[in-house]
Design a protein. Structure first.
Length: 117
């Protein structure tokens, strides 16, 4: 700490305050740092709490990735079903048009036979 305090600040730096030097040293040397919390310099978080937060973020990220993959699979399945349904409607429409044309042709023959000519 004394070395940090006695070292002059560079021209572009602000002078070092005693609380800042103490806070820096304590942050490096201790796991729990009530001084930093008491002087309002920094929330004292333990390494284990940071590790726990990181693990929670990883789990959340993994869960979200899994959900996205599931949703993508469902979207792919729905897209496939939609395409199949659309193709079936096109086939049905073509079949109906063909049957209508056949029916019209039969009706024309019947009408032409029954009319005196």
């Amino acid at each position: 700490m004394e070395n940090s305090l006695s070292t002059p600040a560079a021209e572009d730096e602000q002078p070092k305050f005693t609380t800042r030097v103490v806070a820096d040293v304590l942050a490096k040397k201790t796991k729990k740092n009530p001084f930093l919390k008491n002087v309002g310099m920094q929330d004292a978080q333990t390494r284990s709490s940071v590790r726990t937060e990181l693990e929670a973020e990883r789990r959340t990220s993994s869960e979200l990735r899994s959900i996205v993959q599931t949703q993508c699979g469902q979207i792919d399945e729905l897209s496939r079903k939609f395409k199949e349904s659309k193709e079936a409607r096109i086939r049905d429409r073509e079949e109906m048009n063909r049957k209508q044309a056949e029916m019209n042709a039969k009706l024309e023959r019947l009408l032409s036979q029954s009319l005196p000519g």
